[in-house]
Design a protein. Structure first.
Length: 55
């Protein structure tokens, strides 16, 4: 029986991700992110790079 739980969710979460990363940056707790949806292989790393400090 196929119930659809194994399908990839297709929604835009860029704004929410930026908000979460902003909150984590304020606490100096930025995580390393990875994504399981191939469609987002450019979106997730780009959001993370925005919060990196220049060196």
């Amino acid at each position: 029986m196929n119930s659809g739980f194994d399908s990839i969710a297709d929604f835009n979460y860029a704004e929410e991700l930026s908000s979460v990363l902003n909150d984590l940056e304020k606490r100096n707790k930025l995580p390393i992110l990875c994504c399981l949806n191939p469609r987002d292989n450019y979106r997730v790393p780009l959001r993370q790079v925005i919060f990196l400090e220049p060196f």
